[in-house]
Design a protein around this ligand. Structure first.
Ligand SMILES: [Zn+2]
Length: 330
């Protein structure tokens, strides 16, 4: 029988087993004619059994051997190579599928090239571009660390002046954005950053951690406890320096929000200290440029107070019979 198919096989079997008078006249097996329906079924049985049994005799042994050698060489080459393997790009996979030969046998998963070609975008890997992938990774890492940073910041009493809502990993604080990359301005930024992050060494902090057996009394005025509020807003020994730079800051802010709003927002020292250390706590009242200008002026104020305090402490240390010792801000 030429071009046998399962459908034709069953049709012939049904015809021979049914009541129909129509019967297959004969089957030719080799040079023999088979007329008996039972024998014909036996012929079909043998034929399909033969089709179902895999046969390796048809392989081209030499070609198989060449393929095996080539496969082995590629594996060895990949294992010994130090170059990272570039994954296939989406475009290469698209081109590969486009040039597949059709009318071929299915692969081991019973998928034929026609199905691959008809799949459209379904089989394409959803890989982002290299740039997009880098951006996604960076964003995800920064987001994770920002969440951790903000969660920890709100628990730290030393960070109470920082506007945690504006904190983000990978985003410089406004202190650094407001200053130029000059040594003098970077020094101002360092002083301000120490004050903002609770690492500026005041007498209160020295006393708290029992450094040099210090008490918490200010060594300049020798009256009050010396914390940040005292240095920046209260210490009478720093009055003249404060007056110059604080007034500049106040005028800048009043020019933006007006005197009545100044009185409303900054009627107490806590609010003023918050403004000086991180004006982004009041960001809804200022544009970005205004915040930069205010931050720079407040950084100048903090740094000038620090320099004057240092100068006065050095003078105090040189005066005999005083027990204040050398004190430099760390
Ligand atoms: Zn003082």
């Amino acid at each position: 029988m030429e071009n046998p198919t399962t459908e034709l096989f069953h049709r012939l079997i049904r015809r021979n087993r049914g009541k129909s008078v129509v019967k297959t006249p004969y089957l030719q097996e080799g040079n023999t004619e088979v007329n008996d329906p039972d024998e014909q079924r036996e012929c079909f049985l043998k034929y399909f059994e033969d089709l179902a049994i895999p046969k390796d005799n048809g392989y081209d042994e030499k070609y198989l051997e060449l393929c095996t050698i080539r496969h082995k060489l590629i594996t060895e080459f990949c294992n010994s190579s130090d170059d990272p393997l570039e994954p296939f790009t989406e475009m290469e996979i698209q081109n590969g599928i486009k040039h597949l030969h059709t009318g071929k046998a299915t692969d081991e998963f019973e998928i034929c090239s026609e199905q691959l070609k008809a799949s459209g975008d379904i089989l394409l890997p959803k890989q982002p571009s290299k740039l997009a992938f880098k951006h996604q990774c960076k964003s995800a890492i920064q987001k994770t660390w920002t969440n951790i940073l903000v969660a920890e910041s709100v628990k730290k009493s030393t960070l109470k002046y920082i506007n945690t809502k504006d904190l983000a990993v990978g985003k410089p604080h406004i202190i650094w954005k407001s200053l130029r990359s000059m040594v003098s301005e970077v020094k101002m930024g360092i002083t301000k950053a120490r004050m903002l992050t609770g690492t500026f060494m005041t007498q209160v902090i020295k006393h708290k951690y029992n450094i040099e057996h210090s008490d918490q009394i200010c060594k300049l005025c020798t009256i009050y406890s010396e914390d940040l509020m005292h240095i920046i807003l209260d210490c009478p020994a720093l009055f003249s320096t404060r007056q110059i730079y604080y007034n500049r800051l106040k005028i800048e802010v009043i020019n933006v929000i007006g005197e009545s709003k100044w009185s409303e927002l900054f009627g107490n020292k806590d609010a003023i200290l918050l403004l000086i250390l991180d004006c982004t706590n009041f960001s809804k009242y200022f544009s970005v440029d205004q915040q930069n200008a205010i931050t720079k002026l407040s950084s100048v104020l903090c740094h000038q107070l620090y320099l004057m305090r240092l100068k006065l402490l050095e003078k105090t240390a040189k005066v005999p019979n005083k027990q204040c010792g050398s004190d430099t801000c760390k």
